[in-house]
Design a protein around this ligand. Structure first.
Ligand SMILES: Cc1ncc(COP(=O)(O)O)c(C=O)c1O
Length: 438
C-alpha cells in the first residue's frame, strides 16, 4: 500500500533546520527496545535513548499498561489545593532513591520547567532565611539547562542565549572544565579541580552574599559529555557552603542510572541542595520533571509564610499529572526489578572500550565518556556544527540515531542495550566516521 504524502508545512519543529528537514525528512514511526523504524520500515538503532529519555528501552508494556489504567481511573486532577494519592506515592518512591536528605519533590512537565522551578525555590529559600539580596546565579560556560527564561539565563552555549538578551536574569558564568590535556580521557580527568575556584573568584568579585545558587550539570551532557575532573564537584560544594550558596545539580540527563548509580550525586559522592530531574523519570513516555530539595529548604520556605496562603506562588496546570505519575512509578519499578542502575555500571567498561575504539578515525578529534554516556568530538567542518549535522544525517542513513550538538555526537544508548546491539551501533559509527569524505 502506498503511503499518503504528509503535509509538513504546519509543524514548526524545535531545534531543527526546518528547511533542510523538509528536503530530507528523517522520521520514526515505531520503536521497540533499542530500535526505531522509519515510516518506510527501515530499522534505525537508537544510540541516544531517544533524547536520553528511554533508559529502559522503547515500548515498555509495563508503562503503557500503567498509563492506560490511570487514564481510565483518573485522567486529570488539578494540583492547586487538590491532589491525587498517586503523586504522594511517586514522591515517596523518589525519595527512597534520591541522595540522603533530598526528600521533598516538586513536579513539572519538562526539564526546563524543573530548572525554572529550582531557580524560584532557591530565591524563596533565601528570602525565607532573611537574605532577599541573594538574587544572582552562577552557572558555567557550555552549560545547558533547558530553554525557559531561567534556563536561557543559565545557558552557557552561545547559540541558545545570543538571540534572547533582554529577558535573561543575572547570571555569572564559571569556565567549563574541558582542556586540551583531557583529549581521549576515559572517566574523570585527573587535572582540573582548580577550575572550581572560579566560584570563589566570582564570590570575591560580586559578593558571595548576593548569590542564590550555583547550577551545574554534574556531567555536562548536551555539549557532548564533559566529565568533571576529580575533586571538582567536591570543591564546588565546599565553596558554596563557605558562602551560603545553594548547590544545584541539574541531573536531567545524568539521573536514573546513566552514570552507573541512581544519580550522579551519589556516583561522585557530592550531595547538592537541590536536584532537577526529567527525561528518564518516565522513560520518556509521558512528559514529567521534578525538583528534589533538602527537607530543610522546603521546611524553611513553608515556615516563613503565614498559614493562610500558599507558600510557593508557583506551579503548573500539569504539575504532578496523575498519568505522568503512573508512568514514572512503572518506570521506577522497571529500574528496580531489572537492576538497571547496576547493569549500567557493569556495562560501562564494555561501552567505553567500544567508544574508545573510534579513537584513530579521521573525523574524531576527542572522545570522552563516563557510565553509559559518551561524547564523540568531530574535527571541525566548514562552519561550526556543519560536520555534526552531516554526520548525524549519514548515521541515520546507515541505521543509527545519535544526538548531535554542534560538532559533538552524544552516544548514550539505553541501559538495557545488549552487547551485540552495542557493537552494531559502534560498527555504524566506525563506517561513517571512517569515510575520508564527509
Ligand atoms: C541538563 C539539562 N537540563 C535541562 C534540560 C531541559 O529539558 P527539557 O528539554 O525537557 O525542557 C535538558 C535537556 O536536554 C538538559 O540536558
Amino acid at each position: 500500500m502506498t503511503q499518503m504524502p504528509i503535509n509538513m508545512d504546519h509543524h514548526w519543529m524545535p531545534f531543527t533546520n526546518n528547511r533542510l528537514f523538509h528536503q530530507e525528512p528523517q522520521m520514526f514511526e515505531r520503536a521497540e527496545g533499542v530500535r526505531y523504524w522509519t515510516p518506510e520500515g527501515r530499522e534505525v538503532l537508537d544510540g541516544s535513548s531517544g533524547l536520553f529519555t528511554c533508559a529502559a528501552g522503547h515500548g515498555r508494556k509495563e508503562i503503557a499498561e500503567a498509563v492506560y489504567k490511570q487514564l481510565q481511573k483518573l485522567d486529570y486532577t488539578p494540583h492547586f489545593q487538590r491532589a491525587a494519592p498517586i503523586s504522594f506515592k511517586l514522591a515517596e518512591a523518589l525519595s527512597d532513591i534520591l541522595p540522603e536528605g533530598l526528600d521533598r519533590v516538586f513536579f513539572g512537565s519538562s526539564g526546563s520547567e524543573a530548572v525554572d522551578s529550582a531557580i524560584k525555590i532557591c530565591l524563596a529559600y533565601h528570602k525565607a532565611m532573611g537574605e532577599p539580596q541573594r538574587t544572582r546565579f552562577v552557572s558555567r560556560s557550555w552549560a545547558y539547562h533547558g530553554v525557559n527564561l531561567g534556563g536561557t539565563s543559565l545557558a552557557g552555549m552561545v547559540g541558545n542565549r545570543r538571540d534572547f538578551a533582554g529577558v535573561t536574569c543575572d547570571v555569572v558564568h564559571m569556565r567549563h572544565t574541558w582542556n586540551e590535556e583531557q583529549r581521549f580521557t576515559t572517566g574523570q580527568p585527573e587535572e582540573g579541580a582548580h577550575l572550581a575556584e572560579d566560584l570563589e573568584e566570582i564570590c570575591m568579585t560580586y559578593g558571595g552574599e548576593t548569590i542564590a545558587a550555583v547550577f551545574v550539570e554534574p556531567i555536562a551532557g548536551s555539549i557532548g559529555t564533559i566529565v568533571p575532573p576529580l575533586g571538582y564537584l567536591q570543591r564546588l560544594r565546599e565553596i558554596a557552603d563557605k558562602y551560603g550558596i545553594l548547590l544545584v545539580f541539574d541531573e536531567v540527563i545524568t539521573g536514573f542510572g546513566r552514570t552507573g548509580s541512581a544519580f550522579a550525586a551519589q556516583e561522585f559522592g557530592v550531595t547538592p541542595d537541590v536536584m532537577t530531574l526529567a527525561k528518564a523519570l518516565t522513560n520518556g513516555a509521558i512528559p514529567m520533571s521534578a525538583v528534589a530539595v533538602k527537607t530543610e529548604i522546603q521546611q524553611t520556605v513553608i515556615g516563613s509564610i503565614s498559614a493562610d496562603r500558599p507558600e510557593l506562588m508557583h506551579g503548573y496546570t500539569y504539575s504532578a499529572h496523575p498519568v505522568a505519575c503512573a508512568a514514572a512509578l512503572a518506570t521506577l519499578g522497571i529500574y528496580e526489578s531489572e537492576g538497571l542502575f547496576d547493569r549500567a555500571a557493569s556495562l560501562s567498561p564494555i561501552f567505553l572500550d567500544a567508544v574508545f575504539s573510534l579513537r584513530n578515525l579521521p573525523h574524531v578529534t576527542d572522545l570522552r565518556g563516563y557510565g553509559m554516556m559518551a561524547g564523540i568530538q568531530l574535527t571541525p567542518g566548514e562552519a561550526p556544527g556543519a560536520k555534526g549535522s552531516i554526520v548525524q544525517r549519514r548515521l541515520f542513513d546507515e541505521g543509527l540515531h545519535v544526538k548531535a550538538t554542534g560538532d559533538a555526537l552524544i552516544f548514550a544508548p539505553a541501559l538495557t542495550t545488549s552487547e551485540e546491539d552495542l557493537s552494531m551501533m559502534v560498527d555504524i559509527l566506525q563506517t561513517v566516521l571512517g569515510r575520508a569524505e564527509l
